[in-house]
Write a protein that binds this ligand. Structure first.
Ligand code: 5RP
Length: 223
């Protein structure tokens, strides 16, 4: 296990300590979230889960966790998920793994969202991280043109389809001075299903660096 992977595992273990019996827990997507799924299965709690991707659902089921279909769920106690970049205000870019739309739905349903990450994900500026945008295949041409006006350059993921059957375009080089405006502008493009900007969803983060885990809580961290 690399140092970075060991840090991901430590952050995951710290977050999983917050889980109690009888909770309905949201499972994130990605390599860090996979550590959380493994740690949860090892705790053998009386919990149920919902997953933010088919991959996480398959992993959780294989490890013996009970996974409920999310379409019949309105509320989740806690979701534990990774991020591609997170700043001190707990604003994040997510979606390198392509699950950002389901991740955002589950985050919205959750009483508490915890991000887990190794120290490389901690940033002072979000705009240096490519921003994934999920688009209906029908709208590919039109949405691509609109996105090209908002980013320095855009790259459609080749041979890639999300769990929702959509394409993803990664927007590189974006102005992070007004991220809420960017988020609103993206969602105003017909055919855009969602994007990886998480500006208000995250309540806490466990970030591990060189074996030390730091917990950040919304509203309690130095800016
Ligand atoms: C998937 C995500 C992941 O949480 C994010 O990409 C981090 O992944 P990893 O833990 O593998 O670095 O947003 O859509």
């Amino acid at each position: 296990m690399t140092d970075r992977d060991a840090d991901k595992r430590l952050a995951a273990a710290a977050a999983v300590d917050e889980v109690c019996d009888n909770m309905l827990v949201g499972l994130g997507t990605g390599s860090t979230a996979a550590h959380a799924i493994a740690a949860l299965s090892e705790r053998r709690l009386a919990i149920e889960t919902v997953a933010t991707s088919e991959a996480s659902a398959a992993l959780a089921t294989r490890l013996g966790l009970k996974v409920r279909p999310f379409d019949s769920v309105a509320r989740v106690d806690l979701v534990i998920d990774g991020a591609d970049a997170i700043d001190a205000r707990l604003r994040a870019v997510k979606g390198a793994g392509g699950a950002m739309v389901r991740e955002k739905v589950v985050a919205a349903a959750a009483d508490r969202m915890i991000v887990i990450a190794d120290g490389s994900k901690r940033v002072t500026r979000l705009g240096a991280t490519p921003l994934p945008v999920e688009i209906l295949p029908f709208a590919r041409g039109y949405a691509s043109l609109r996105l090209a006006q908002m980013f320095v350059h855009c790259v459609e993921r080749p041979d890639y389809v999300t769990d929702n059957g959509n394409i993803v375009i990664d927007g590189h080089g974006w102005d992070d001075a007004a991220p809420h405006s960017l988020a609103n502008a993206l969602m105003a493009i017909p055919g855009v299903v969602g994007h990886g900007l998480f500006l208000s969803e995250i309540d806490a983060a466990y970030i591990a660096e060189d074996g030390i885990v730091t917990r950040l809580e919304r509203g309690r961290n130095p800016r």
